[in-house]
Ligand binder design. Structure first.
Ligand code: 1DF
Ligand code: MN
Length: 341
């Protein structure tokens, strides 16, 4: 018997009401957000993959637990699926976040050994989002916030969102920065060859988002902020050497008015403020690379259920070339620490 529990840390759910609202958005404003149309036009469609997905993603009970048992997963950290409530207007998004968080807390209350969860927030109203995060953590027992990428094309490095960072830091909880499709201003060249979604566009947009946060100086202002990203860091660990070099070069030259001097190198913020999960990346070379760059304390397991439900994928992780103590950190102890489970 292994002496660890497998905790999966980027696991999606969607209440029926969210899917209905997505269907309504697809009908009422097609073309406004081509990424949303591409993603949810597919997952609310008639294909077999879409139908299976729609059933699984709504289930916060026995069906999900059966799948977890099948795959050897002890606990899921649940989060509202992408793009969450971030595609709606501010009042709608704020009230949906509140109601979904209440429902999520109830589902966790029914299965506290199997589920933990993150609070959905609506960055469209930054003050309201900060307050909802606080309510989610203090009153509902949620473990941090999920932010599903940009909000109407705006990124968290914009100071108008920093109340959210301030709240997360004060509450000592992480923000999970999860991808979605690139915004209208970026997505054009991705669409023709189907590269806008989880295959690549997600990582391009979220990697950009990570770098914007780092380079903005937000982490000098909030040095204890913890940000979790999936997909082994959305490509950024692989780029770090060049990012450090070029950041030094551009910030020393004063070439960009909105690139401040930072206290540290970009790579240091990545190591000190970020944790990465393996969602959808059951691939030993990439996992070992991420561990070698970030350290074993900053890399943890995620499946990306139900989007990438591969029941025997844990075999790949179980046989990573890690000692027993490190494997336990990877599967269990890091998640327990980062999310205070
Ligand atoms: C997909 C993948 C969709 C992920 C997701 O949310 C998602 C997909 C709509 O396969 O299209 O969260 N993912 O995290 O990789
Ligand atoms: Mn995901």
């Amino acid at each position: 018997m292994a002496d660890y529990l497998r905790i999966a840390t980027e696991e999606a759910y969607a209440p029926a009401e969210l899917l209905e609202r997505y269907a309504e958005l697809l009908r009422k404003q097609p073309g406004v957000d081509p990424g949303f149309d591409s993603l949810w036009g597919f997952f609310l469609g008639k294909s077999e993959r879409a139908q299976r997905l729609a059933a699984r993603i709504q289930d916060l009970g026995e069906g999900r637990i059966r799948d977890m048992d099948e795959a050897g997963i002890a606990k899921q950290v649940l989060a509202l699926t992408a793009p969450g409530v971030q595609v709606f207007d501010a009042p709608t998004a704020t009230s949906l976040a509140r109601s979904f968080n209440d429902q999520l807390a109830e589902a966790i209350g029914r299965h506290p050994e199997r589920f933990a969860g993150l609070a959905a927030i609506a960055p469209q109203d930054p003050g309201g989002a900060a307050r909802e995060l606080e309510r989610g953590v203090r009153s509902l027992g949620l473990k941090g916030a999920i932010v599903n990428a940009h909000t109407h094309g705006e990124y968290l490095d914009d100071q108008k969102f920093w109340e959210i960072f301030e709240a997360a830091e004060a509450l000592d909880v992480p923000i999970y920065l999860h991808p979605t499709t690139p915004p209208p201003a970026m997505i054009g060249p991705f669409l023709k060859r189907g590269l806008d979604g989880a295959i690549y566009g997600f990582a391009v947009d979220t990697g950009l988002h990570m770098l914007r946060i780092i380079i903005s100086g937000a982490l000098d202002r909030f040095p204890r902020l913890r940000i979790v990203v999936g997909h082994l860091g959305e490509g950024i660990p692989y780029w770090l050497f060049r990012v450090d070099y070029m950041h030094w070069s551009m910030s020393a030259s004063g070439r960009y008015p909105d690139v401040p001097r930072l206290r540290k190198k970009p790579s240091e913020y990545l190591r000190e403020n970020f944790h990465v999960t393996t969602s959808g990346m059951a691939w030993e070379p990439a996992i070992m690379f991420a561990i070698s760059v970030l350290g074993i304390d900053c890399v943890m397991y995620a499946m990306d259920y139900p989007y990438q439900y591969v029941p025997d994928e844990v075999k790949v992780y179980d046989s990573l070339p890690l000692g027993a103590a490190d494997l336990k950190k990877f599967y269990q102890a890091n998640a327990e620490r980062v999310f205070a489970l």
